[in-house]
Write a protein that binds this ligand. Structure first.
Ligand SMILES: NC(=O)c1ccc[n+]([C@@H]2O[C@H](COP(=O)([O-])OP(=O)(O)OC[C@H]3O[C@@H](n4cnc5c(N)ncnc54)[C@H](O)[C@@H]3O)[C@@H](O)[C@H]2O)c1
Length: 460
């Protein structure tokens, strides 16, 4: 961009910012009005990976008044650098929106504190690290009086779920707004589908099914740790491989569809039984199964079947379907977005039996979830998605534990499961021991259904 274009863009930005200042003076969110009349809503990013960087873009896209990224935190310099480069490229025309000076870029396990300290009460922090750190970072955000956008999933174990629920109450007591990245809940097409189902368009839901089947993605497969890598940092980098860090691929990949189907049912399942195993794993040393098949049961006896497979050369499918006493519906056709939601008067789901089809193009739910959060901040409305998201995470954990132990797991079982998967997470520093260690063969403890049944994996 030449100098003149740069100046024009800057003038455009200032004009836009000025206009929006007038707007925000009218609609100044009470929660950050105390920070001063000229204070704009600021964002800090904790966890500068793919999703965190995407969430910054979503926030800036959704905002109707100027907000800007002012601080960033990560445990890896290269992740920070990649994120900065991507954001600067995307916002070449309005660099002020993402300009983070070097002294506001923090690296290390305590980086999150410094990034949040750069904000003022009422600003927003994005928490987009692997889930093991979620409650630690949420706790600090509440102490600092910050509104929060946190990525799903939230917890891999019940003690962390209980902490999150306690923290959610503290956030409410401080009138903070807290969003969780289960963005499907903010998809306008799914919202209309949910209303139609709740109004009885396809009768009572008696069977539900969801599939997430594709080849390996993210870090769900891992070969041995390079000897020169710090064990803890390597596990954090490959978080989909380790149940303590992510809930494994089960929670990280499947919680969206588990949540969307239960939403359509307006209920949470009371128990689960499941199958799963490791097939062609070669030299991989991670803790995941590569196929899962869960049967969830609701209180009314209806069933939700979830099939997950992470395997090369097999059929791909990423859809969620519901069957009612008077028809059926599609929640997701081939991914999270667009949903292409539909209802049908039969179970066949063909053109002839179509009752309703969501209008296309659909609004992007990743933008909508920010629009809804920012509206709650602006209008100072109660907003806390943590309790509902914790329920979804516990239901995911229930299915995962059923597969990993080979036992029927009730919701009461999962709610009382004492296994703390990442002890000492709040005190982690470089060089801290990792929560799981490899055995002499370099392999980490994998679930052994029918053998280890009171927890999901033993020690190496
Ligand atoms: N809602 C969605 O559709 C969606 C999509 C992708 C990912 N996610 C979620 O977002 C989260 C991040 O996933 P991702 O794909 O961006 O992974 P990623 O590895 O690209 O990013 C995670 C970042 O967090 C950093 N990090 C790890 N521990 C940290 C700590 N203690 N302090 C500071 N930084 C730390 C890592 O270095 C990395 O840069 C996960 O919980 C994932 O499930 C959600």
């Amino acid at each position: 961009m030449d100098q003149q274009a740069r100046q024009t863009d800057r003038r455009e930005f200032i004009k836009y910012a000025g206009a929006a200042t007038a707007l925000s003076a009218l609609a100044v969110p009470r929660v950050f009005a105390s920070a001063g009349a000229d204070h704009k809503l600021q964002i800090a990013l904790v966890g500068c990976g793919g999703r965190g960087t995407g969430a910054v873009v979503d926030a800036l896209t959704a905002a109707s008044y100027p907000i800007k990224l002012v601080a960033m935190a990560d445990v890896f310099q290269h992740k920070m650098d990649e994120s900065v480069t991507a954001l600067e490229r995307q916002y070449q025309a309005t660099p002020d929106l993402v300009h983070v000076p070097d002294e506001k870029k923090f690296i290390g396990f305590d980086a999150f504190k410094h990034a949040m300290d750069a904000l003022q009460p009422g600003d927003i922090v994005i928490l987009a690290t692997p889930l093991a750190f979620r409650w630690v970072h949420f706790q600090y955000a509440i102490d600092r009086g910050l509104n929060v956008f946190m990525e799903k999933p939230l917890v891999a174990d019940t003690p962390s779920a209980n902490r999150m629920l306690d923290l959610a109450k503290k956030a409410d007591a401080k009138n903070l707004k807290v969003a969780v990245g289960l963005m499907i809940r903010h998809c306008r097409a799914r919202q209309e589908l949910h209303k139609r189902i709740s109004d009885g368009e396809i009768g009572d839901l008696i069977a539900m099914r969801a599939y997430r089947m594709h080849g390996p993605v993210g870090s769900c497969f891992s070969t041995s740790r390079p000897k020169d890598r710090d064990e803890l940092l390597w596990q954090i980098e490959r978080f989909h491989s380790f149940i303590w860090a992510s809930g494994g691929l089960f929670n990280d990949f499947y919680v969206h569809q588990i949540d969307e189907v239960c939403w359509m049912k307006n209920a949470w399942p009371i128990k689960a039984q499941a199958l799963g195993g490791r097939h062609f794993r070669g030299d991989n040393v991670d803790q995941n199964f590569d196929n899962y098949s869960v049967e969830y049961t609701f209180e009314d006896g209806s069933k939700f079947f979830f099939d997950g497979r992470t395997m090369i050369g097999t059929r791909n499918d990423m859809s969620s379907i519901v069957h009612g006493t008077k028809g059926s519906g599609i929640v997701s056709t081939s991914g999270h977005f667009p949903g292409n939601c539909r209802t049908f008067k039969t179970q066949n789901q063909d053109k002839e039996s179509t009752v309703w089809r969501a209008k296309q193009p659909e609004a992007n739910p990743y933008t909508m979830e920010w629009k809804d959060l920012l509206e709650a901040v602006t209008n100072d409305e109660p907003y806390n998605e943590v309790p509902r998201a914790i329920q979804a995470c516990l239901v995911a954990n229930m299915g995962r534990m059923a597969a990993h132990t080979g036992q029927e797991i009730t919701f009461d079982d999962i709610q009382s499961c004492p296994h703390v998967m990442s002890p000492g997470v709040a005190e982690f520093t470089t060089g801290s021991p990792a929560p799981v260690l490899a055995g002499p063969d370099g392999k980490y403890p994998v679930p052994t259904p029918g053998v280890t049944v009171d927890r999901e994996y033993g020690t190496a």
